[in-house]
Design a binder for this molecule. Structure first.
Ligand SMILES: C[C@H](O)[C@H](O)[C@H]1CNC2=NC(N)=NC(=O)C2=N1
Length: 93
């Protein structure tokens, strides 16, 4: 079972992965696209990896902007699963 990571580990990850930031008990990144269709296609692309990992992002879509928040609900904080999924999501852009 993944344990909640310490702040230093999360901050180090955020420094090495542009756009990701600590947001309360979650890791957050805002993605912008040309328009709404591309934003939705981006979300569709993360369905399979999220299902494969059984680990799902919090997603908020406002027109062509998609805000992703990652945290492990079962642990109440950020675990390695969130860092792993963040890297997968970055590769979908
Ligand atoms: C029952 C199911 O396996 C669990 O609820 C999974 C589903 N997806 C999940 N996603 C995230 N982000 N955190 C979880 O703890 C989690 N748990």
């Amino acid at each position: 079972m993944s344990q909640v990571l310490d702040l230093h580990t999360v901050a180090t990850f955020a420094r090495k992965h542009p756009g990701w930031m600590l947001d309360g008990h979650a890791l957050k990144k805002v993605f912008s696209f040309k328009g709404f269709p591309d934003a939705v296609r981006f979300i569709e692309a993360m369905v399979s990896p999220a299902e494969d990992a059984n680990h799902h992002p919090d997603i908020n879509v406002v027109y062509r902007t998609v805000t992703i928040r990652l945290w492990t609900h079962d642990q109440g904080g950020i675990t390695q699963k969130d860092l792993d999924l963040a890297q997968v999501i970055d590769r979908l852009t």
